[in-house]
Design a protein around this ligand. Structure first.
Ligand code: BGC
Length: 886
């Protein structure tokens, strides 16, 4: 929605400039808890936000008023309200509800009225609906089929119930330990996949709300549920011991269908012992490996009214996975993109290999006809052997199978022989480009027999890059593919080998995510996961969520500083401080722990510059940089939250770390840190540890080092976050561009020229270990395009792009570059094109925001607007601008 609205706004802008603008000033893009018209929220004080559709020059909001009520007509007339903010002379467009206590199961309408720059009002209406609000509102019981955790087939559940009167509205609330698919009268409810999202199940269990009004009928109705294991009942065995998770159990769920009749009465249909259960044809499902399906066991019509369930047994009651069942308020995982196969290679009539043409996370769907009992195996791989068969050797090395019944990334389907059969896994996803299909008896397959679905958290697109260098555009595309492939309700490292919430990978990729997608809901949820996993002494595990693995390995500040870095960046990009408020005590506890174990101000806790090109600096170097970054964030957050003592304490701590760091690692005479590796030179620059007067010297040393390597990077995970920014922010943008667009080893472009459509885990494409082909950990380059070339940056003094810093770099070797980011106020565009000796620079600043433009002038160059000379820096209001630099 955000995207569609912004597009409309963009299209309208040129007309405005010429003076025949649309007069349609209106609040637009209304959101509650950062979602459009959410259903089933639990927040007692939800956040309400909006943008301004006002394409005039210097458009801004001079005042606002928010009113909330239960009756849409009354709200439109600003009457009968549960909250009226009154007219506030403010340009704020994100407010927190402060009215009467919200009731559960209630739809609230809200109107926002804004006064424009001329004091003229206009308004728009939206809604949100509360869910359970408190645990006491649940009516259903937690049920399961009572089978052992080791039992493999997924259970079905069903119940037939009457809806005796005319239905006005109906909602389904489903909480689950494991994964569910919910059906009403034979049809799947909603289009979510892999729901609910993964949490530390024994501490927080999520429920999902659906509007099922149109799926119910007067008279008898049938509700059906299929339960999968997910991370709740991990039956596959791998190095992180998820099969030993403390929460592990046979999947279970609790469901309330709340029906409101036209006469105003309410009836709730709930889970209880009277539900029937039987095993389904999903004979095995593992989120980590694959799914097995036996079509001969299908029970046609299992989820409709007239099904004979006489042979089914009654469900049994179970304890809830946790006592903390909360609403899932986030963009769900979906089958977002359909990817047809681009080729099929028939090896023989029992073996075919399909190529999707690009690497994705998700599933394949096969449609096939064959004899009953024919076993089809679908092996999903990122690579092929020379003989054209699927090669899994780069992704299966952490799997520890105990027998051969659960092969990695191999779906196994047994046909029932009743005609054309179609299969797509319910409760698993994989990382792959190729699918090798083998069958126990000959089958005929064509290219159309198999389709891929790119699955991920379906976050709205919030950015776009277009340049005159196709390699750069492909790097951007590949970065986004890897970012999305690693977003499943929590950020992961890779969609195949691990699917783990590796903290380090996530903070490196954070800004890439924030420039390109509207992911706040995912990160807010993931930070709740952090709080669930934090030890009383502040320690966090290296993977989140975790079954307990990761408290002793890989969890130093270079990885688990997510607790500070994510809230701080969400604040910068959204201007919403709730995540800082929610996590401040956790950030403190974390940093205080590092301080306890690091009296000198330096820490050796961490993994270091992971998967470097050549070698890495001492861990003490890289981890102390993150310790410093955390202390700085904590100090700034304390100031923001008016916690004066903490502000002073963490400011002093940051100063202490900085002094200790420079005393140990900086050679003040030469401006070299440590042994002068790229990572050692770029990290202190990027994270602000270099003494003010030394920056140029250190940056020049970095530039020399990079040039010495023929404009190639020589860094690992931590270095990639810093290197391009350290160069472009310190006078070496041309060089940063050369490194970013490099096409020979080692570089992002090297992967691209070798056919990559995703980012890799290793700079070498022929490496022997750490060789997943879909890792996001080197993904900062995607953010750098916006920052280093487009120059679109947050302004810490006015976060959420209230004021945009525009610091473009017109780098040599590139003729055109355009970045667009859809922020909380609307589309920000920064676009430059070479024209003769000069550059034409075009900018869009959305309504109710402003920008500070820094022109990168060289020599005798000047910036002009309508023939007028500007200084090197200029403040602009909302609108569309064209500057000439010559
Ligand atoms: C993961 C990484 C992760 C690392 C930690 C790997 O196995 O795939 O991306 O950050 O372990 O060392």
């Amino acid at each position: 929605m955000r995207y569609r609205y912004l597009l409309m706004l963009l299209l309208a802008l040129p007309f405005t400039q010429k003076g025949y603008g649309f007069a349609a000033v209106k609040p637009a893009g209304l959101q509650c808890e950062h979602l459009e018209r959410p259903l089933g929220i639990d927040a007692a004080s939800p956040r309400l936000s909006w943008m301004m559709a006002d394409e005039r020059l210097a458009a801004k909001q001079t005042a606002y008023r928010v009113v909330v009520g239960k009756d849409s007509l009354a709200v439109a007339g600003k009457k009968g309200l549960v909250w009226d903010s009154g007219k506030q002379n403010s340009s704020l467009s994100l407010v927190t509800y402060k009215g009467k206590a919200l009731e559960a199961f209630t739809k609230y309408y809200w109107l926002v009225e804004v006064w424009d720059k001329d004091g003229k009002p206009s308004s728009s209406i939206s809604s949100f609906e509360t869910g359970m609000m408190t645990m006491a509102n649940w009516k259903g019981a937690w049920i399961s089929d009572g089978t052992d955790v080791k039992a493999k087939p997924a259970p079905y559940f069903r119940k037939v119930f009457p809806a005796a009167k005319k239905i006005k509205s109906a909602r389904a609330y489903i909480a689950c330990g494991g994964l569910y698919e919910l059906y009403l009268n034979g049809k799947k409810v909603g289009n979510h996949r892999m729901d609910p999202m993964y949490t530390r199940y024994d501490r927080r269990t999520l429920y999902v709300t659906y509007d099922v009004t149109s799926q119910l009928q007067n008279g008898k109705n049938a509700v059906g549920v299929l339960l999968g294991n997910g991370w709740y009942n991990h039956q596959s065995t791998a190095v992180w011991d998820f099969h030993k998770a403390p929460w592990r159990n046979r999947p279970t769920f609790c469901l309330d269908i709340r029906i409101t009749y036209a006469d105003g009465t309410v009836e709730t249909v709930s889970t209880d012992r009277d539900w029937k259960t039987a095993l389904s044809p999903v004979i095995f499902n593992s989120i980590y490996t694959a799914e097995h399906y036996d079509g001969r066991l299908e029970q046609v019509g299992w989820n409709v009214v007239n099904f004979d369930d006489i042979k089914w047994k009654n469900a049994g009651l179970r304890t809830a996975p946790s006592g903390n069942v909360v609403a899932q308020v986030m963009h769900p995982v979906r089958n977002v993109e359909k990817i047809p196969a681009i080729s099929i290679n028939k090896i023989n009539d029992t073996a075919y290999v399909f190529d999707l043409g690009r690497n994705i996370s998700g599933v394949s769907q096969i449609t096939v006809k064959g004899e009953a009992g024919t076993v089809i195996r679908l092996k999903h791989a990122e690579r092929l052997y020379k003989n054209g068969r699927a090669d899994m050797s780069n992704i299966d090395q952490h799997y520890r199978p105990t027998d051969d019944t659960d092969p990695f990334q191999v779906d196994i389907v047994t046909l029932n022989g009743r005609g054309e059969e179609s299969f797509m896994p319910h409760f698993n996803y994989k990382g792959f480009q190729f699918v090798e299909v083998t069958s126990s008896k000959p089958v005929q397959l064509t290219k159309e027999s198999l389709t891929g679905y790119f699955m991920h958290s379906d976050v709205p697109v919030a950015g776009h890059i277009k340049s005159s260098n196709p390699t750069l555009d492909k790097i951007w595309f590949a970065t986004n593919n890897s970012y999305l492939s690693n977003l499943f309700g929590y950020p992961t490292d890779c969609p195949q080998r691990e699917k783990n919430g590796w903290t380090g990978d996530a903070h490196i990729a954070l800004e890439t995510g924030l420039y390109n997608f509207d992911g706040i809901t995912i990160y807010e949820k993931w930070l709740s996961d952090h709080r669930d996993e934090q030890q009383p002494n502040g320690v966090l595990p290296s993977i989140i969520p975790t079954d307990g693995w990761g408290y002793d390995w890989g969890n130093g500040p270079d990885w688990t500083s997510t607790i500070a870095l994510i809230p701080w960046n969400i604040y910068l990009y959204y201007g919403d401080d709730q995540i800082l408020r929610n996590n401040f005590p956790n950030m403190k506890r974390y940093v205080d722990h590092i301080t306890d174990i690091s009296p000198s101000g330096l820490t050796t806790w961490g993994l270091g510059d992971w998967v470097p090109v050549s070698d890495k600096p001492p861990v003490e170097f890289t981890s102390s940089v993150y310790y410093y970054a955390d202390a700085v964030i904590l100090a700034k957050t304390a100031k923001l939250l008016s916690k004066t003592d903490d502000y002073q304490r963490y400011t002093a701590l940051a100063a202490k770390i900085k002094a200790a760091f420079n005393a140990k690692f900086l050679n003040a005479a030469t401006g070299i840190y440590g042994d002068g590796r790229q990572t050692e030179l770029c990290m202190p620059l990027y994270w602000g540890l270099v003494p003010e007067g030394m920056k140029t010297k250190v940056a020049d040393n970095l530039a020399k080092k990079v040039e010495g390597g023929n404009n190639h990077l020589d860094v690992g995970l931590l270095g990639t976050k810093a290197i391009l920014n350290a160069l472009s922010e310190n006078g070496h943008a041309d060089l940063a561009y050369k490194v970013a667009a490099q096409e020979t080893y080692p570089s992002w472009g090297w992967w691209i020229v070798n056919g990559a459509t995703t980012l890799y885990e290793n700079w070498r494409i022929d490496a022997k270990r750490d060789i997943s082909l879909n890792h996001i950990m080197f993904g900062e380059v995607g953010a750098w395009l916006y920052k280093g070339l487009g120059g679109i940056r947050t302004d810490e003094q006015q976060p959420g792009f209230k004021n945009v810093l525009l610091k473009p770099n017109f780098v040599s070797g590139l003729d055109h570059f355009e970045a667009r980011h859809d922020g909380p106020y609307g589309a920000i565009v920064s676009s430059w094109t070479r024209a003769g000796e000069g550059v034409v620079y075009e900018v869009t600043v959305p309504a109710n925001s402003s920008a500070t433009v820094y022109f990168p002038l060289t020599g005798s160059q000047k910036a002009y607007q309508d023939g007028k000379v500007l200084t090197g820096k200029t403040e602009i209001a909302a609108g569309k601008y064209k500057f000439e630099i010559r």
